[in-house]
Structure formats: structure tokens, C-alpha cells
Design a protein. Structure first.
Length: 252
């Protein structure tokens, strides 16, 4: 079992608010759990020292946000957290930041160059012009439960820690896990959506969770709203009013 919850029975999850943060709804399933306290850390504030887990979210500019980690003092705080035995998860751009270096030789995100990563995973990333964008069916390697989500990223990540993948996506390994199992990163967005994975992951911290598919729960809520709207809105009249007006050629 990982380090457990605090005396309040809550698992504190700290999320640094990157300047170019992307796909931050990846954290919604965790925030919805009663035993989890997700703390969004704004620029200038320190990452809480009593956090059990730090999640580095996706980024629209990995190199730029790596520099932001330095400006805010977050790099040292994240590394110290890991050295104290804390857990770190990186999602997409956050995954790339966990490695030794991010290289951008063609200047895809700005000026050509490279940036030193956090060094918590023995991996490195090279940016390429081709962008990976697709829905994904996957399976957790550690917990052996199904996952669903999507990939949307630039770059290719390789290194020894990739021999311990987080997931198998459409038949291929994805992500990396440190030798001690406390740091992991993946390109899969929606990692925490699947109830089976979320329950198994949180159980490692001594937190009980519902095995509820978060995406299905959202879709059910949207359907319920749509059903309610149908009872109070004249949909046919709205559609008729939205029809384009046909102009007659004989009008002057």
C-alpha cells in the first residue's frame, strides 16, 4: 500500500496550475471522490508539503511549462516530494516533464533547443511535427483493468523506464513507471475516468472509491438535462425558426 490518507481521512492531491495547462478535466474523476481533496496550486504558491500525490497535468507547451516549474519553485518541491516517498503522476505533457530532458530540435514549440526535465523517470522526449490524435482503448498493466480515453500530443518518449508501461493502448505499450513504482506517466488522457482503475489506484492509498465509469456518469447527466429541456422547450418550433430564409430572385 502507498502512503495513506491524513488524519481527516482525505487523500490530498496537489496539481500545479501550469500557464499552458491543457485537458485539466482529467482531474475531475478524482475531485468527485469523497475521500479525495484535489488542490489546484496557482502560480506563486508552494505545493502543499502534506500532499500525498502530485499530478502534473497536460500542457500545450511542455518546454514553456517546464520553465514555469522553475520560476515558481515547483521543480524543487516536486523532486523533494518524490524523494520523501511521495507519489507523482504525469499526464501527457506532464509525463514528458518527468523525464531527463525534452528536446525540440526543430523549434515546434518555440525556439529550437532542449529543456532539462524533472529527472524522476529515466526517459527522454523528442518533439516531432506529426501530432498523435485519436481515441484509445487501453488496459492498465499494473491493475489489469480496462481504460478508455484519448491521445493528443506531439513528441516521442523513449527510455529504460518505458519497459514498465502504465497501459497497453491499442496493443502497444504506453507510458513509464519508476523502479520503485512511486512515479508514473502516460500519454493517455482519461486515465482516471474508468471506475475500476480509479478504485484500484486509490485503494493503494487506503481510499475507497466507487467503481463508476466517470464518462458514463457525465453522459447520463447530459441526457437527463436534455430530457428535462424537452419538457419545457418547443424543440420543433426552435428548429423551424432556425431554418435559413430562402431569398426570392424576383424581390427588388
Amino acid at each position: 500500500m502507498f502512503g495513506g490518507a491524513n488524519r481527516s481521512g482525505m487523500l490530498k492531491v496537489a496539481v500545479p496550475l501550469l500557464g499552458r495547462i491543457a485537458n485539466f478535466d482529467d482531474l475531475d474523476p478524482l475531485a468527485a471522490e469523497e475521500g479525495v481533496n484535489v488542490v489546484m496550486v496557482p502560480p506563486g504558491d508552494p505545493i502543499p508539503g502534506d500532499a500525498h500525490l502530485i499530478v502534473i497535468p497536460g500542457s500545450k507547451s511542455t518546454v514553456s511549462d517546464l520553465k514555469a516549474l522553475d520560476r515558481n519553485g515547483w521543480r524543487r518541491q516536486i523532486v523533494d516530494h518524490a524523494r520523501r516517498g511521495g507519489h507523482v503522476v504525469g499526464l501527457c505533457g506532464g509525463y514528458q516533464m518527468l523525464g531527463r530532458v525534452v528536446r525540440d530540435p526543430k523549434g515546434i514549440e518555440g525556439a529550437p533547443g532542449e529543456a532539462e526535465g524533472l529527472g524522476l523517470l529515466d526517459i527522454e522526449t523528442v518533439m516531432h511535427p506529426a501530432k498523435t490524435v485519436h481515441n484509445a482503448s487501453a488496459r492498465s498493466v499494473v491493475h489489469d483493468v480496462p481504460l478508455t480515453g484519448y491521445e493528443i500530443h506531439l513528441g516521442e518518449t523513449i527510455g529504460p523506464d518505458c519497459a514498465r508501461p502504465v497501459a497497453i493502448i491499442d496493443g502497444r505499450p504506453d507510458g513509464a513507471i519508476s523502479a520503485d513504482g512511486r512515479v508514473m506517466g502516460t500519454y493517455l488522457h482519461g486515465l482516471f475516468d474508468a471506475g475500476g482503475f480509479r478504485r484500484a489506484f486509490l485503494a493503494g492509498f487506503g481510499i475507497g472509491a466507487e467503481a463508476v465509469d466517470h464518462r458514463a456518469r457525465i453522459e447520463a447527466a447530459v441526457d437527463a438535462i436534455a430530457d428535462e429541456l424537452e419538457t419545457v422547450v418547443a424543440a420543433d418550433a426552435l428548429l423551424e425558426a432556425a431554418r435559413p430564409v430562402r431569398c426570392r430572385s424576383d424581390l427588388r
